[in-house]
Design a protein around this ligand. Structure first.
Ligand code: IMP
Length: 228
Protein backbone atom coordinates (compact mmCIF):
# COMPACT_ATOMS: atom_id res chain seq x y z
CA UNK A 1 0.00 0.00 0.00
CA UNK A 2 1.35 3.38 -1.02
CA UNK A 3 1.11 6.39 1.23
CA UNK A 4 2.29 9.83 0.19
CA UNK A 5 3.20 12.30 2.90
CA UNK A 6 3.11 15.95 1.85
CA UNK A 7 6.39 17.04 3.40
CA UNK A 8 9.79 18.17 2.23
CA UNK A 9 11.22 17.74 5.72
CA UNK A 10 13.25 14.51 5.82
CA UNK A 11 13.37 14.48 9.62
CA UNK A 12 9.58 14.56 9.80
CA UNK A 13 9.37 11.91 7.10
CA UNK A 14 11.52 9.45 9.10
CA UNK A 15 9.59 10.22 12.27
CA UNK A 16 6.23 9.60 10.61
CA UNK A 17 7.50 6.49 8.82
CA UNK A 18 8.41 4.91 12.17
CA UNK A 19 4.93 5.66 13.55
CA UNK A 20 3.07 4.36 10.47
CA UNK A 21 5.14 1.19 10.10
CA UNK A 22 4.17 0.00 13.56
CA UNK A 23 0.50 -0.04 12.52
CA UNK A 24 0.89 -0.56 8.76
CA UNK A 25 4.05 -2.66 8.37
CA UNK A 26 3.42 -3.21 4.64
CA UNK A 27 3.11 0.46 3.75
CA UNK A 28 5.50 2.21 1.41
CA UNK A 29 5.92 5.84 2.32
CA UNK A 30 6.73 8.49 -0.28
CA UNK A 31 7.15 12.23 0.04
CA UNK A 32 7.64 15.32 -2.05
CA UNK A 33 11.23 14.13 -2.55
CA UNK A 34 9.93 11.21 -4.63
CA UNK A 35 8.10 13.41 -7.13
CA UNK A 36 9.51 13.83 -10.61
CA UNK A 37 10.87 17.33 -11.32
CA UNK A 38 7.73 18.05 -13.34
CA UNK A 39 5.42 16.87 -10.55
CA UNK A 40 7.41 18.89 -8.05
CA UNK A 41 6.73 22.06 -10.04
CA UNK A 42 3.05 21.54 -9.30
CA UNK A 43 3.53 21.11 -5.57
CA UNK A 44 2.88 24.62 -4.27
CA UNK A 45 1.94 24.26 -0.65
CA UNK A 46 1.64 27.78 0.68
CA UNK A 47 0.51 27.77 4.29
CA UNK A 48 -2.02 30.58 3.95
CA UNK A 49 -4.74 29.01 6.09
CA UNK A 50 -5.85 30.37 9.43
CA UNK A 51 -6.32 26.92 10.97
CA UNK A 52 -4.14 23.81 11.10
CA UNK A 53 -6.81 21.92 9.18
CA UNK A 54 -6.79 24.44 6.34
CA UNK A 55 -3.01 24.33 6.05
CA UNK A 56 -2.92 20.53 6.17
CA UNK A 57 -5.56 20.40 3.44
CA UNK A 58 -3.62 22.87 1.27
CA UNK A 59 -0.55 20.62 1.45
CA UNK A 60 -2.53 17.43 0.83
CA UNK A 61 -4.47 18.82 -2.12
CA UNK A 62 -1.37 20.32 -3.64
CA UNK A 63 0.28 16.90 -3.54
CA UNK A 64 -2.81 15.25 -5.06
CA UNK A 65 -2.68 17.86 -7.81
CA UNK A 66 1.05 17.27 -8.36
CA UNK A 67 0.40 13.53 -8.67
CA UNK A 68 -2.45 14.22 -11.15
CA UNK A 69 -4.73 11.88 -9.28
CA UNK A 70 -7.76 10.93 -11.35
CA UNK A 71 -11.21 10.57 -9.91
CA UNK A 72 -11.57 6.80 -10.06
CA UNK A 73 -11.09 4.76 -6.92
CA UNK A 74 -10.55 1.21 -7.93
CA UNK A 75 -9.19 -0.93 -10.67
CA UNK A 76 -12.17 -3.03 -11.63
CA UNK A 77 -12.65 -6.10 -11.83
CA UNK A 78 -16.29 -5.62 -11.15
CA UNK A 79 -16.71 -9.32 -11.63
CA UNK A 80 -20.44 -9.52 -11.77
CA UNK A 81 -21.06 -13.23 -11.95
CA UNK A 82 -19.53 -14.06 -8.61
CA UNK A 83 -20.72 -12.33 -5.46
CA UNK A 84 -17.44 -12.92 -3.64
CA UNK A 85 -15.05 -11.63 -6.26
CA UNK A 86 -17.40 -8.78 -7.06
CA UNK A 87 -16.45 -7.19 -3.76
CA UNK A 88 -13.55 -4.84 -4.22
CA UNK A 89 -10.44 -6.27 -2.61
CA UNK A 90 -8.02 -3.99 -0.82
CA UNK A 91 -5.30 -4.81 -3.32
CA UNK A 92 -7.39 -3.19 -6.03
CA UNK A 93 -6.66 0.31 -4.75
CA UNK A 94 -4.66 1.95 -7.43
CA UNK A 95 -4.24 5.35 -5.90
CA UNK A 96 -2.16 6.12 -2.89
CA UNK A 97 -3.36 7.61 0.33
CA UNK A 98 -2.19 11.15 0.90
CA UNK A 99 -1.30 12.45 4.33
CA UNK A 100 -0.41 15.99 5.30
CA UNK A 101 0.14 17.63 8.64
CA UNK A 102 0.22 21.04 10.22
CA UNK A 103 1.09 21.75 13.81
CA UNK A 104 1.77 24.49 16.29
CA UNK A 105 2.50 25.54 19.84
CA UNK A 106 -0.30 27.12 21.87
CA UNK A 107 0.13 29.04 25.11
CA UNK A 108 -3.07 29.37 27.10
CA UNK A 109 -2.39 32.77 28.65
CA UNK A 110 -1.38 34.15 25.24
CA UNK A 111 -4.81 33.25 23.86
CA UNK A 112 -3.40 30.24 22.07
CA UNK A 113 -0.56 32.12 20.38
CA UNK A 114 1.64 31.44 18.48
CA UNK A 115 -0.69 28.64 17.29
CA UNK A 116 -1.04 28.29 13.56
CA UNK A 117 1.60 31.02 13.14
CA UNK A 118 4.21 29.12 15.21
CA UNK A 119 6.74 28.90 12.40
CA UNK A 120 6.40 32.62 11.60
CA UNK A 121 6.18 34.06 15.12
CA UNK A 122 9.72 35.50 14.84
CA UNK A 123 12.56 35.04 12.30
CA UNK A 124 14.18 31.93 13.89
CA UNK A 125 13.71 29.33 16.64
CA UNK A 126 15.84 31.21 19.17
CA UNK A 127 13.92 34.45 18.70
CA UNK A 128 10.59 32.65 18.72
CA UNK A 129 11.44 31.10 22.08
CA UNK A 130 12.63 34.43 23.49
CA UNK A 131 9.44 36.10 22.33
CA UNK A 132 7.26 33.51 24.08
CA UNK A 133 9.28 33.77 27.30
CA UNK A 134 9.09 37.55 27.25
CA UNK A 135 5.35 37.66 26.61
CA UNK A 136 4.79 35.11 29.36
CA UNK A 137 6.53 36.99 32.16
CA UNK A 138 4.33 36.88 35.25
CA UNK A 139 1.63 34.85 33.51
CA UNK A 140 0.46 31.23 33.93
CA UNK A 141 2.55 28.86 31.83
CA UNK A 142 0.14 26.20 30.56
CA UNK A 143 0.78 25.28 26.93
CA UNK A 144 0.26 22.51 24.45
CA UNK A 145 1.36 21.27 21.06
CA UNK A 146 -1.34 20.49 18.52
CA UNK A 147 -0.99 18.47 15.33
CA UNK A 148 -3.64 18.12 12.66
CA UNK A 149 -3.23 15.36 10.10
CA UNK A 150 -5.44 15.21 7.06
CA UNK A 151 -5.94 12.10 4.99
CA UNK A 152 -7.14 12.03 1.39
CA UNK A 153 -8.37 8.89 -0.28
CA UNK A 154 -7.96 9.13 -4.03
CA UNK A 155 -7.21 12.80 -3.65
CA UNK A 156 -10.62 13.51 -2.14
CA UNK A 157 -12.81 13.43 0.96
CA UNK A 158 -10.45 14.79 3.59
CA UNK A 159 -10.60 13.31 7.05
CA UNK A 160 -8.90 15.05 9.96
CA UNK A 161 -7.11 13.58 12.96
CA UNK A 162 -5.93 15.73 15.86
CA UNK A 163 -3.25 15.00 18.42
CA UNK A 164 -2.53 17.20 21.42
CA UNK A 165 0.14 17.16 24.09
CA UNK A 166 -0.35 19.27 27.21
CA UNK A 167 2.39 20.72 29.37
CA UNK A 168 3.97 23.93 30.64
CA UNK A 169 6.48 26.47 29.39
CA UNK A 170 9.86 26.21 31.15
CA UNK A 171 11.38 29.34 32.74
CA UNK A 172 14.43 29.09 30.47
CA UNK A 173 15.25 26.99 27.38
CA UNK A 174 16.85 23.64 28.27
CA UNK A 175 18.46 20.98 26.08
CA UNK A 176 20.06 20.80 22.68
CA UNK A 177 17.87 18.14 21.10
CA UNK A 178 14.69 18.77 19.23
CA UNK A 179 13.60 21.76 17.21
CA UNK A 180 11.20 24.67 17.36
CA UNK A 181 9.75 25.21 20.82
CA UNK A 182 11.05 21.87 22.22
CA UNK A 183 13.59 23.48 24.61
CA UNK A 184 10.84 25.35 26.50
CA UNK A 185 8.16 22.64 26.60
CA UNK A 186 7.82 20.36 29.63
CA UNK A 187 5.10 17.77 29.01
CA UNK A 188 2.64 17.05 31.80
CA UNK A 189 4.09 14.68 34.38
CA UNK A 190 7.69 15.15 33.18
CA UNK A 191 10.58 17.20 34.50
CA UNK A 192 12.70 17.44 31.36
CA UNK A 193 11.94 19.64 28.37
CA UNK A 194 11.54 18.05 24.94
CA UNK A 195 14.94 19.58 24.18
CA UNK A 196 16.47 17.31 26.83
CA UNK A 197 15.06 13.99 25.64
CA UNK A 198 15.85 11.92 22.56
CA UNK A 199 13.64 12.04 19.50
CA UNK A 200 12.56 8.46 20.21
CA UNK A 201 11.52 9.34 23.76
CA UNK A 202 9.57 12.36 22.55
CA UNK A 203 7.83 10.42 19.80
CA UNK A 204 6.46 7.74 22.09
CA UNK A 205 3.64 10.13 22.88
CA UNK A 206 3.92 13.43 21.04
CA UNK A 207 1.06 15.43 19.52
CA UNK A 208 2.27 14.33 16.08
CA UNK A 209 2.54 10.64 16.92
CA UNK A 210 -0.95 10.72 18.46
CA UNK A 211 -2.46 12.24 15.31
CA UNK A 212 -0.58 9.99 12.87
CA UNK A 213 -1.44 6.89 14.88
CA UNK A 214 -5.13 7.74 14.55
CA UNK A 215 -4.70 8.21 10.78
CA UNK A 216 -2.84 4.89 10.46
CA UNK A 217 -5.53 3.08 12.43
CA UNK A 218 -8.17 4.58 10.15
CA UNK A 219 -6.30 3.37 7.04
CA UNK A 220 -5.93 -0.08 8.57
CA UNK A 221 -9.62 -0.38 9.38
CA UNK A 222 -10.60 1.00 6.00
CA UNK A 223 -8.37 -1.52 4.21
CA UNK A 224 -9.77 -4.41 6.20
CA UNK A 225 -13.34 -3.34 5.46
CA UNK A 226 -12.58 -3.31 1.73
CA UNK A 227 -11.14 -6.80 1.91
CA UNK A 228 -14.22 -8.27 3.58
P1 IMP B 1 4.75 22.71 10.65
O1 IMP B 1 3.64 21.83 11.06
O2 IMP B 1 5.93 21.94 10.16
O3 IMP B 1 4.33 23.83 9.76
O4 IMP B 1 5.32 23.35 12.01
C1 IMP B 1 4.83 24.51 12.58
C2 IMP B 1 5.73 25.02 13.66
O5 IMP B 1 5.22 24.61 14.92
C3 IMP B 1 7.17 24.53 13.65
O6 IMP B 1 7.98 25.30 12.82
C4 IMP B 1 7.55 24.70 15.11
O7 IMP B 1 7.89 26.03 15.38
C5 IMP B 1 6.26 24.37 15.82
N1 IMP B 1 6.22 22.94 16.17
C6 IMP B 1 5.37 22.00 15.68
N2 IMP B 1 5.62 20.79 16.22
C7 IMP B 1 6.67 20.98 17.04
C8 IMP B 1 7.40 20.08 17.89
O8 IMP B 1 7.18 18.86 17.95
N3 IMP B 1 8.41 20.64 18.59
C9 IMP B 1 8.72 21.97 18.54
N4 IMP B 1 8.08 22.83 17.78
C10 IMP B 1 7.04 22.35 17.02
Amino acid sequence: MKIYFATENLGKLREVEAILKKILPQCELFSVHDLTPKEKENYIAEEIGVTYAQNALIKAQSLAHALSMPATSFIHPWILDDAKTASMPATSFIHPWILAEDSGFEVLSLNGEPGVYSARFAPNDKERIQKVLQLLQGKPRRARFVACVTLLENGKNPIYFFGRKEGIVAEVPRGKDGFGYDPIFIPEGASKTWGEVTKEEKNVDSHRSRAFRLAAEYILSSMSQHSL
